[in-house]
Design a protein around this ligand. Structure first.
Ligand code: DCP
Ligand code: MG
Length: 618
């Protein structure tokens, strides 16, 4: 053990140092990994609690199987000393039969135990996954602004897997291993305590070696986890961004970055593999030394007549069985640390509070007319970097509001606040006089529909995607909504009409078509307040016309916020808000603002020059 440790020290230091150069800086900040942490352990235990009975039974079964295993060498001793020693064939036969029966029983008991543990493990994983999933769905936008998808997925998959391993095998197995170790030692002591002492002179050096090895293994294990997490994050980023990567021909550049991360992963895994490869043969060797001790000292005792031949063989068998649980416990210790690390990360995620949450005394927002008031609203994503400053305006029910302004001005932020994806940092937003922080999120969002700049379609049929707006809608209602926004015609032209499957992201539909589907979704939801973050993408004139008409129907009779890039939409709205650097610099109708010859006038002339040609004739 000791020599082997020395060799590894150099190997451990090298890959780490080299890789700090290879890895891009954004991958460097890493979470700290846990030691044994009683708080984490207690929370983990809470997941085990409902399965207390099964775990207890499994433990009893494991102990039973271990006990049966302990009796084996005793029977062999009997067979040799009585059966062979006293030339009794019947004793030998009885021993053989007993030995077989014993092991058959042990086999059956183990099978039973394993089945039980698999069940418990899968149940616990199932529970944690559901908990994580529902929690992830509720987390605020701010969380997703700052967390990489890859890492989140890594928690959902590998971290949960680690917990399963621990929950099931570790506890029961360690109990049984300790029992076997103590049992073997006890039986051997009773049989011949001197021989036992001599045999296990190998234990102290092995304990020291194991202790040293464990520290290294722990480090190496953490490095492996970190490396996997980096790979996942990099994969997610590169797969999500593949269009941009290809458009800019950055495949080679990204491949090089990934190769760096992947090479690091390779190195830490090689190192971890080497570590375990070193430990287990060492245990094997200790096993051999202990066996040699039995042969040497036990043989001497047997020659002296102090030890029967059967006892000698039984001793050899016990020694051969002693080291399996030793190996096992060393492994389990790593698994325990892994569980602590994974558990901590999972709990960290579960403990992240959704930002916009229902107050305990929140009530359901009654059906609203659609009056909206921003009362001195200020907002920032990060403290110290104000995005909206003292925004004030009021919208009457049924009015259409156009938000215009240069990119990054804060238009999207304003409407996200109204949908309460974030809470205001200062001031208040009121709908029909109710502060939106006082009502339940569900009741607020039920009355607001949001069509975003990027329309996300789920995997499923077009029908299902529209129905997402109101899950209980009938097929007829879905088709009616599609008709209303003018999406019916193009949907009917799809290979399977409304039953055409769209992939996640909506691959088979154009940007304009996706927008129409999103409109249909909104119409179906029939909200009092509609928010529309218009896509600026170039859309063919036919679809443009459809969207134009759809918009008119969509906006009619609702309070609508449109982040508009189309002149026609802006001109027709009841109130235009000009947003610049987080403030409303001008507000009024088209005519009023044109007359002012201010910021809006400048924007209008610019837009008009660009869009005049495309504007439909009145
Ligand atoms: N911002 C941020 N964190 C986010 C989103 C935005 O720090 N998660 C910053 C970037 C901008 C400012 O907030 O400086 C306003 O962003 P908006 O998305 O509200 O800007 P617009 O919607 O007006 O811009 P665009 O017309 O490009 O959509
Ligand atoms: Mg925007």
């Amino acid at each position: 053990m000791m020599e082997l440790d020395k060799g590894k020290k150099g190997a451990a230091a090298k890959p780490g140092r080299r890789d700090e150069v290879v890895l891009p800086p954004q991958y460097e900040p890493e979470e700290q990994y846990a030691e044994y942490d009683p708080a984490v352990a207690r929370r983990l235990a809470a997941y085990l609690a409902p399965h207390r009975r099964q775990l207890l039974i499994a433990t009893v079964l494991a102990l039973l199987a271990a006990g049966l295993g302990l009796a084996g060498p005793y029977i062999v001793r009997f067979a040799i000393d009585v059966g062979i020693g006293r030339r009794s064939l019947s004793a030998a036969l009885a021993a053989a039969a007993g030995f077989t029966a014993l092991n058959a029983l042990a086999w059956r008991v183990r099978l039973w135990q394993v089945r039980m543990l698999i069940r418990v493990g899968q149940d616990i994983m199932y529970t944690i996954r559901v908990e994580l999933f529902s929690h992830l769905q509720r987390l605020s936008m701010r969380f997703y602004d700052t967390h990489e998808v890859g890492r989140i997925i890594s928690r959902m998959t590998s971290d949960v897997g680690v917990l399963e391993d621990f929950a099931t095998w570790a506890i029961v197995q360690v109990a049984s291993d300790v029992f076997v170790l103590v049992g073997i030692l006890a039986v051997m002591f009773v049989m011949d305590w001197q021989l036992t002492l001599v045999t296990f002179t190998v234990l102290p050096p092995m304990a020291v070696g194991t202790f040293l090895w464990r520290a290294k293994a722990r480090e190496s294990y953490r490095a492996v986890r970190r490396a996997i997490s980096r790979i996942n994050a990099s994969l997610a980023e590169n797969i999500n961004g593949v269009r941009v990567i290809q458009a800019l021909s950055r495949e080679d550049h990204n491949l090089r970055l990934f190769q760096g991360i992947n090479r690091h992963n390779l190195q830490v895994n090689l190192h971890a593999g080497l570590l375990s490869a070193v430990y287990f043969p060492s245990v094997e060797f200790m096993n051999a030394v202990a066996t040699a001790m039995v042969i040497w000292y036990g043989g001497y005792q047997a020659l002296q007549g102090h030890l029967s031949q059967g006892a000698l063989v039984a001793f050899l068998l016990y020694v051969s069985r002693f080291f399996q649980p030793v190996r096992d416990i060393a492994m389990r210790y790593n698994s325990l640390l892994a569980t602590m690390a994974s558990g901590e990360r999972i709990f960290q995620l579960l403990d992240t509070e959704p930002e916009a949450q229902d107050k305990p005394e929140a009530f359901a927002l009654p059906p609203v007319r659609g009056h909206v008031q921003f009362d001195h609203v200020s907002f920032w994503y990060e403290p110290g970097k104000p995005v909206l400053k003292d925004v004030c305006f009021e919208v009457q029910p049924g009015q259409t509001v156009a938000l215009v302004g240069s990119t990054g001005a804060g238009k999207t932020s304003i409407v996200k606040l109204l949908g309460r994806f974030y809470d205001v940092s200062d001031g208040a937003i009121r709908v029909d006089g109710y502060d939106i922080r006082d009502v339940t999120l569900a009741s607020l969002r039920k009355q607001i529909a949001i069509v975003l700049q990027e329309n996300f379609l789920f995997s499923g049929s077009v029908m299902e995607n529209i129905r997402y707006g109101r899950l209980e809608a009938t097929d007829e209602e879905v088709i009616e909504a599609a008709r209303l926004v003018g999406a019916h015609e193009f949907i009917c032209r799809l290979p399977y009409g409304y039953h055409t499957q769209v992939q996640e992201g909506g691959a088979i539909l154009s940007t304009g078509q996706k927008q129409l589907v999103a409109f249909a979704r909104a119409v179906l939801a029939n909200p009092r307040i509609l928010i529309l973050d218009e896509a600026t993408a170039n859309i063919d004139t036919e679809t443009e016309r459809l969207i134009q008409q759809a918009l008119e129907k969509l906006l009619k009779g609702r309070t609508s916020f449109v982040i508009a890039h189309r002149l026609s939409t802006i001109v027709r709205s009841d109130l235009i808000l000009v947003v610049e650097r987080g403030q409303i610099v001008e507000s009024g109708t088209h005519e009023e603002l044109l007359a002012k010859r201010g910021r809006y006038y400048a924007l209008y002339t610019l837009l008009y020059a660009r869009q005049a040609a495309a504007l439909p004739r009145p």
